[in-house]
Design a binder for this molecule. Sequence first.
Ligand code: PSV
Ligand code: MN
Ligand code: MN
Length: 428
Amino acid sequence: MITQEQIQDHNYHLVAEHEFKWGHLAESLARQGHHPDAVLKKVADFQVAIPSWALGTGGTRFGRFPIGGEPRNLEEKIEDVGLIHALNRSSNSISLHIPWDIPADVQAIQDLLMQHGLAIDSVNSNTFQDQKDQAHSYKFGSLCHTEAAVRKQAVDHNIEVAQYGQALGDECKTLTVWLADGSNFPGQHHFRRAYQRTLDSLTAIYEALPADWTLLVEYKPYEPNFYSMVIPDWGTSYSLCQQIGERAQVLVDLGHHLPNTNIEQIVGRLMHFGRLGGFHFNGSMYGDDDLTTGSIKPYQLFLIFCELVQGMDDPSVLNPALAWMIDASHNTKDPIEDLLQSVQAIKTAYAKALLVDTEALFAAQERNDVQQAQAILEDAFQTDVRALVAESRRQSSGALQPIELYRKLALRDSRIESRGRYAVATGL
Ligand code: PSV
Ligand code: MN
Ligand code: MN
């Protein structure tokens, strides 16, 4: 692991240069009428959950190139998230996937979480794979299945997943459902019946959840089914949530859109309806590529955050607090470095969105001053906020340059040594 002394020592060598940059930025922000300390605090407070399945090397159906030293169990996944959080002070929670992360000893897991200053914030069900000794197969769907017995098995699994979450601590109050259900060929599905069966199953799950739990319903346009998905888009998720109940919310995964979809507008719409429940951050070029957040379209990420900030700041928007999470796959990079890079990109986009002069923007919109409206957004986007994001980490006892420190301490090598070169994480 890493100690506070190591972090402070690392910061000590970088602080002079950093203070010069931050001082300059803080002063120029103040001159523009911003409150640098208020922005700093919001950025420092912003926490993004890490999914348990993102700590191992990802892969494609063609192959996987393991990096070595991957966490072999839930304990080691918690250790890796603990390390990420110690470095950047921005990821104080983990999302679990059941059955991959079934805890052998709940008390021991709780103690370990506490030791790292972490909590489990959400649990994810898995009805996209068949498990050993499972009575019924999900080959032709789960919550939408034509047979009642299969649907019941899938509903029961979701209820059980929420029970694991409850056992793991009070912070866990979210069940996320992503369904692989769909069809591969025209004619395979009766669209209306598949939808209705899914709605009935989700309603049964929702009704079994504790009264303070949220059900997040994720959508995805294609894959693993390539002709139709039962929940392909935000409209379907939204309509399901509307019928299920107040604590059913839409989850937006950035990679789950067809190329060029205006995701920021979807975000604005869902917030307007009070139905945006959470986010899965990643970067996408074609579809669900699960790349590093902000690596392909940083301007789009910024525009999404502009909608989020505007929605969160507007008292007339009655949207609940959002669940933030990274949902990425790391095929070529060290997962820990990739996650640190993603959090950096998320906080950068958030910080820039906080710098938008929204009053001037809204005024420009009202008088149809298109050039000004665009220029106001671009002005904030082009601000270099790296020193601000670094300062927010420093003030929270994190590292000024997390990846640099991770590399300097050779923490992947020590993982390879203790866990083995061919250690494999359970999960995607
Ligand atoms: C599959 O597309 C997926 O990436 C979804 O985004 C889920 O959130 C994740 O797997 C975990 O089930
Ligand atoms: Mn997702
Ligand atoms: Mn996905």
